[in-house]
Design a protein around this ligand. Structure first.
Ligand SMILES: *Cc1c(COP(=O)(O)O)cnc(C)c1O
Length: 461
């Protein structure tokens, strides 16, 4: 294997004209047996270390939001990475900067934004949301930023970083609230807390819930409240909504939001390091305005660094996204993105249905995207939490019959109907069906889950 690797490295060094480093001088040349053996040693050590990972690419893994990138994204990423362009400024990589602008425009079009918008890639959803909240605070200085109790924790944290007052609102739907009641509750909270911006999560990290944008927008418009969509996880489900494969009402009005965050490194088939923020009004670019004594010299055209908070960013991330979109398009009629998401959604629905049919598990809520939360039925919260945790660990150590799930803590009231319970939080199970291969895998998954429940009940309950 190492004899195969060496000529490749040698050619790479030569073609890239990398001189002066890479081969420690005491080895003489890349073909010296000493160099080869040293490389092998480090490689073996590295490979051993990497074995500590879970099987993220395999359907056995249905735990956290991890999805293997598409091979075409690997290809473009590694090619661009070897040139190592920096999308901070056109000086650092004109072609990958162009690719970024085109890919971001494709995402903006997917959400229904017009030609004039502002947007760029980021290293992930956290920074993308930070930028959107920062712009929101520039537009409504001193006013509160509100989000639901299901929003990603980053919003509360970033409000702290930005020193903006924040408020949490009980998410909708809940069993005992009509759309009208929700709208009037929302209106009174927004007024009372002097809210300037409301974050709406389109696909919550916990359960994949899509918040009802179509009910929220009219209230916000009436009160002059800005709307930011955190679609970091769920953004690409817009394509399924356009096909009516999921409830489309909230997605039909994404074009009316003031800003949107989407993570191509979640459902967009990209390797990590690819988030995106979009602003409907390009005039917000003025908040980013700055001059740089070091960069922005190569042309008068817009440098991405002029509209980002991050400076250096991997041009390779833009190259990979551009290549993937160029290959598959973002058309809801027919695109690899759609086929892949449809299969994930089908897996979640079929798993949800089978959970409903068992006598031993129950759904936390009906899955709205491809995340399913469920728990083993038991008489009290403490037992539910203990059983969930026992299932989680038991299933992880079954060798080739392992199953990797995740745990999720929820308020006791969302699991138990008994309002007098002493529990405040209950731990439930959570599965993210991010891979098309999960669709065929549901029966096996169900079987392993049931077997594990028998085992843990026999052992300790
Ligand atoms: C994942 C996620 C984030 C954070 O994004 P990163 O890419 O992990 O930084 C924010 N919001 C939601 C809804 C998410 O699912």
């Amino acid at each position: 294997m190492f004899s195969e690797l060496l000529p490749f490295l040698e050619r790479w060094f030569k073609e890239a004209e990398i001189k002066g480093y890479g081969i420690p001088s005491n080895y003489g040349s890349i073909n010296s047996p000493e160099f080869s053996s040293h490389l092998e040693q480090v490689f073996v050590k590295f490979a051993e270390r990497m074995k500590g990972n879970y099987p993220f690419h395999h359907p056995d893994y249905a735990g956290q939001m991890l999805k293997p990138p598409h091979p075409v994204a690997w290809l473009a990423y590694s090619m661009a990475m070897s040139v190592n362009t920096n999308n901070h400024a056109l000086d650092g990589g004109p072609p990958t900067s162009e690719m970024e602008k085109e890919s971001v425009a494709a995402l903006a079009t997917m959400f229904g934004y017009g030609k004039s918008f502002l947007g760029h890639l980021t290293s992930g959803g956290t920074v993308a949301n930070l930028e959107a909240l920062w712009v929101a605070s520039c537009i409504h200085p001193g006013r509160t930023i509100a989000f639901s109790d299901q929003a990603h924790y980053t919003h509360e944290r970033m409000c702290g970083v930005l020193r903006i007052p924040s408020a949490k609102i009980k998410s909708y739907p809940s069993a005992d609230e009509s759309p009208e009641l929700f709208a009037s509750r929302l209106e009174s909270v927004l007024k009372k807390s002097n809210v300037g911006t409301l974050v709406v999560t389109m696909g919550t990290t916990g359960t994949g819930r899509v918040e009802p944008l179509h009910l929220i927008l009219p209230v916000c418009k009436k009160l002059g409240v800005r709307v930011h969509l955190d679609a970091a996880y769920g953004g690409f489900f817009k394509l399924l909504a356009q096909r009516k494969e999921i409830e489309s009402q909230p997605w039909n009005v994404t074009n009316e939001a003031d800003s949107i965050v989407i993570d191509p490194h979640k459902h967009g088939l990209q390797p990590y390091g690819c988030g995106c923020v979009l602003f409907k009004d390009p005039a917000v670019g003025s908040f980013y305005k700055h001059d740089s004594p070091y960069t922005y010299f190569s042309s008068d055209e817009l440098h991405l660094g002029e509209i980002t908070l991050e400076c250096s960013r991997a041009g390779a991330a833009a190259a990979a996204l551009w290549f993937t979109i160029e290959m598959f398009g973002l058309d809801y009629h027919n695109s690899e993105f759609v086929n892949m998401l449809s299969a994930c959604r089908a897996a979640a629905l079929s798993f949800g249905q089978q959970i409903n049919e068992t006598q031993s598990f129950k759904l936390l809520e009906q899955p709205q995207t491809d995340i399913v939360c469920y728990f083993p039925i038991a008489s009290d919260g403490e037992t539910i939490s203990a059983l969930s945790k026992a299932l989680f660990s038991d299933l992880m150590k079954r060798g080739s019959k392992s199953l990797f799930l995740s745990l999720y803590k929820v308020p006791a009231a969302s699991v138990l109907t008994d309002k007098n319970s002493n529990d405040t939080e209950i731990t439930v199970l959570r599965s993210v069906f991010m891979k098309p291969s999960h669709k065929e895998f549901v029966p096996i998954l169900m079987q392993r889950l049931n077997e594990s429940l028998q085992r843990v009940k026999k052992e300790s309950f």
